[in-house]
Design a protein around this ligand. Structure first.
Ligand SMILES: NC(=O)c1ccc[n+]([C@@H]2O[C@H](COP(=O)([O-])OP(=O)(O)OC[C@H]3O[C@@H](n4cnc5c(N)ncnc54)[C@H](O)[C@@H]3O)[C@@H](O)[C@H]2O)c1
Length: 430
């Protein structure tokens, strides 16, 4: 399926989503299963809202009563706002709340056809919950994890029926972010993968299928956006404000890397980088920076702590960028080349299709364009030239160009058909 066709499907499905109850009628009998959500924190509460809005009966369990109470109150307040904005009716709001039950024991999950776990990111704790759950649910219940960084294979290894375990990775906030990564583990049954993907599609989400590798697509490819920008800063090429300005104005990104890291939280962003790096056996491309590690250690997490790369205290003056066009372009081309290199490597290693890699970055982290499409437009020869120069100058493995880019440049290939290009340049790779 092509990129643009998925776009159409998304807009249509998302419209259904807002119709609340109306969507229930559109779910066929096959999909009318009860959904269980384990963990009612930021992600679990959001996933429960999505499932209940799609017409399911949803059971939410958390081992903290306070977290359950907070999720219940949060849902009520969110739905109230949606009613005020006329996105849903009063009746939809009531039905969604009636369909959502907050329970204090996993034993209540017997009737569920799909359970999505969104508890603390700790392998031992997740394994314990999965193995406990398996003794409660029916034989054909799908057990999914919303983990961001743990391998599905390792979570599934705690279960007798590892073939029913899959990764279903939502983005924060789940009700608003359209992307969901579907991650079958090494043992996952194909039917489990197909049913999970079809169901989440029916919820109005855009699903991409990816392999069980660290960071999946989004959290792997996006590492270069942060890592290369920090490196540029560390070398003294430009300050935070100038790098952010360059990526916004030259690149068209909604947020620059430093404002985005401050928004996500430097604690979370640093930990994800460290986790991807270690799980890739210390691959230099993912190496974390000391700059961010020090911010993390000093608890300068960003917006939520009042200070990160920038100071958010009342009255603090934001630094002004050096709006030099030439410098802006140099920054943008260096970062985009590293991003394209990672996206191309993900395609080369068959993590996902080119369309899914591009969808993941546009719908999961709001990039202005899919990276592979962008590479075609900028010219792969130019990207390879920049990477080769960096690799030669620094002699560091982090800058080595992906073999796919080298081959494609040699063979005059593009990632997508380009009717605007002369004959001979229209070959596609996937
Ligand atoms: N926050 C994000 O941006 C984000 C995005 C995608 C995926 N994730 C993943 O989603 C999962 C949850 O993240 P979150 O941000 O919602 O965390 P959170 O801290 O907001 O919520 C976790 C909830 O799990 C509960 N919990 C902990 N251990 C439990 C147990 N043994 N049994 C039942 N409940 C338990 C806690 O009480 C808490 O309410 C993690 O695996 C995380 O990696 C997070």
């Amino acid at each position: 399926m092509h990129f643009w066709k998925k776009e159409n499907r998304y807009s249509k499905a998302n419209k259904n989503w807002h119709q609340g109850l109306g969507h229930k009628e559109k779910l066929s009998q096959k999909f009318m299963i009860d959904i269980g959500v384990i963990g009612s924190g930021a992600m679990g509460a959001g996933i429960a809202q999505v499932a209940a809005s799609a017409g399911h009966n949803v059971l939410v369990y958390d081992n903290s009563q306070a977290a359950l109470d907070k999720a219940k109150a949060g849902l009520e307040s969110t739905l109230k706002k949606l009613v005020e904005k006329q996105k849903i009716t009063e009746q939809d709001s009531k039905s969604i709340q009636d369909r959502t039950k907050y329970v204090s024991s996993l034993n209540e999950f017997k009737s569920c056809g799909l359970i999505i776990e969104a508890i603390v990111e700790n392998l031992e704790v997740k394994q314990k919950v999965f193995s406990e759950l398996e003794n409660i649910v029916s034989a054909d219940c799908i057990m999914a994890s919303n983990t961001s960084s743990l391998s599905i294979a390792s979570i599934a290894s705690a279960c007798k029926k590892a073939e029913r375990v899959i990764g279903i990775h939502f983005f924060n906030p789940a009700p608003l972010m359209p992307l969901v990564e579907i991650i079958p583990g090494i043992m996952t049954d194909e039917k489990v993968e197909k049913t999970s993907r079809e169901l989440i599609d029916k919820w109005g989400k855009i699903t991409v299928l990816t392999k069980d590798t660290p960071g999946f697509i989004v959290n792997r490819v996006a590492r270069s956006f942060y890592g290369e920008s920090i490196r540029i800063y560390e070398e003294g090429m430009a300050d935070f404000a100038t790098i952010d300005w360059a990526m916004r104005t030259v690149g068209g990104f909604k947020m620059g890397p430093f404002e985005l890291m401050d928004f996500i939280g430097n604690d979370i962003n640093y930990k994800v980088t460290e986790s991807v790096w270690t799980q890739f056996f210390y691959e230099p491309r993912f190496k974390p920076s000391l700059t961010q590690k020090r911010l993390y250690e000093a608890k300068l997490f960003g917006r939520k702590s009042g200070r990160g790369y920038y100071n958010y205290a009342e009255g603090a003056v934001m630094p002004k960028p050096l709006e030099n066009e030439e410098l802006g372009k140099a920054i943008f081309y260096r970062v985009i080349s590293m991003l394209v290199n990672e996206a191309a490597d993900s395609l080369y290693l068959q993590l996902a299709s080119a369309e899914d890699i591009d969808l993941a970055m546009t719908k999961g982290v709001n990039y202005p364009k899919g990276l592979l499409q962008w590479a075609d437009e900028l010219g792969l020869t130019n990207i390879l030239g920049i990477l080769n120069n960096l690799y030669l100058e620094y002699g560091e493995e982090r800058y080595r160009p992906c073999v796919l880019i080298k081959r494609m440049v040699n063979e005059n290939r593009t990632f997508y058909p380009r009717p605007d290009l002369p004959e001979g340049k229209k070959v596609i790779v996937n």
